[in-house]
Design a protein around this ligand. Structure first.
Ligand code: TRP
Ligand code: SF4
Length: 334
């Protein structure tokens, strides 16, 4: 039996952090052995809210590619490609735009939240491109007949919208497209070191896969701990401490038990506790840092992987386009 195809991707708007690692990258590395995996660097989608900053998007295409490779996404198993180099995606987006209403897009919860967060950029009226990015994401997925979309919860409304477009397309033009299913990662979204629900560069609360040991230590030392603990022998509550929260992710079971017990019993200093955590994070990310260095020193190899991945992906998108055009009676002179 042929294995199912995965289609997933990221907007290249910045380097990836440990939230991305636990939320999606780790999952993809595990799934690439079992599924035919396609991973899109969604530069066109990134431009929908960074149209005024093309150099940022361009720079991060390579950063994201290196992040992928450094966590163990293997170009022999996974196809990594660049969205803008697959014109069939843009073409499909135009065809699909007839199958979705403005009000349906405005009701998409993810889009709604994002528009509210981007008032500075969009002012009173959002762009046509941003409002329509779910249509373009539906094109991303269906151009490759992706059946499984491994992603976080925030992508659920986008995959749902894609499914609706697929159903509508197939009911009008015939069964050409595949309805994808989301594959949610088991790991819930990881909070920032300051306890914020969201991790991000502007918040300064994220550890990046590319951070040096010094940067990791510095960030961990500034993490938010139990505010009621002033002296070492004050009894602590690890449940409200971000250091304990991160120990959960990076510290082995035995040590973790000791962290919590000693904290509760007032037998552990926060500084030592943070140092231990920083070291564990540094150790855990060491293989990723090493691989990153390998690829950073070989930009021509990264280019080659992206070119080959994009060529391979394009072949599939072209085939889908042939079928779509035939179904839509746009196959003139054939
Ligand atoms: N919207 C996704 C994000 O912001 C990125 C993305 C683009 C994507 N195309 C996709 C995810 C297709 C899954 C499938 O992270
Ligand atoms: Fe947090 Fe550790 Fe301090 Fe307890 S001892 S409050 S777990 S940093």
């Amino acid at each position: 039996m042929e294995s199912k195809r995965i289609l997933t991707g990221d907007r290249p708007t910045g380097r990836m952090h440990i939230g991305h690692y636990f939320g999606s990258l780790k999952n993809r590395v595990e799934m690439q052995d079992e599924y035919e995996t396609y991973i899109e660097i969604a530069d066109v989608q990134a431009l929908t809210d960074n149209f005024n900053n093309p150099e940022k998007v361009r720079k991060n295409v390579r950063e994201v590619a290196i992040d992928y490779l450094s966590v163990g996404i293997d170009p022999e198993k996974s196809t990594i490609f660049i969205q803008s180099m697959i014109p069939e995606i843009a073409e499909l987006t135009v065809f699909y735009s007839n199958l979705v209403t403005i009000s349906r897009l405005e009701r998409n919860p993810t889009v709604k939240t994002e528009i509210a967060q981007k008032k500075d950029l969009f002012g009173e009226s959002v762009t046509y491109g941003f409002l329509g990015y779910p249509v373009s994401q539906a094109a991303d997925i269906t151009a490759f007949k992706g059946e499984i979309v491994p992603a976080g919860e925030d992508q659920e409304p986008l995959v749902e919208q894609c499914r609706e477009i697929v159903r509508k397309f197939n009911s009008i033009y015939g069964e050409v497209l595949k309805e994808p299913k989301i594959h949610l990662s088991k790991q819930k979204r990881i909070k920032g070191l300051d306890g914020n629900e969201k991790m991000g560069k502007s918040l300064g609360n994220a550890i990046y896969l590319s951070d040096t040991p010094e940067e990791i230590t510095k960030k961990v030392m500034s993490a938010v701990t139990d505010p009621n603990r002033i002296k070492k022998d004050d009894l602590g509550n690890p449940d409200i401490c971000m250091v304990a929260y991160y120990h959960n992710l990076f510290t082995d079971k035995e040590d973790l038990k000791a962290v919590c017990e000693e904290c509760k019993g007032g037998k552990r200093g926060c500084v030592a506790c943070k140092k231990q955590l920083a070291q564990n994070i540094i150790d855990k990310l060491a293989p990723i840092r090493e691989k990153r260095k390998y690829y950073e020193e070989r930009p021509e190899l990264v280019d080659k992987i992206l070119i080959e991945g994009t060529n391979k992906a394009r072949k599939i998108a072209k085939q889908t386009m042939r079928e779509v055009k035939e179904a839509m009676e746009l196959n003139y002179f054939e």
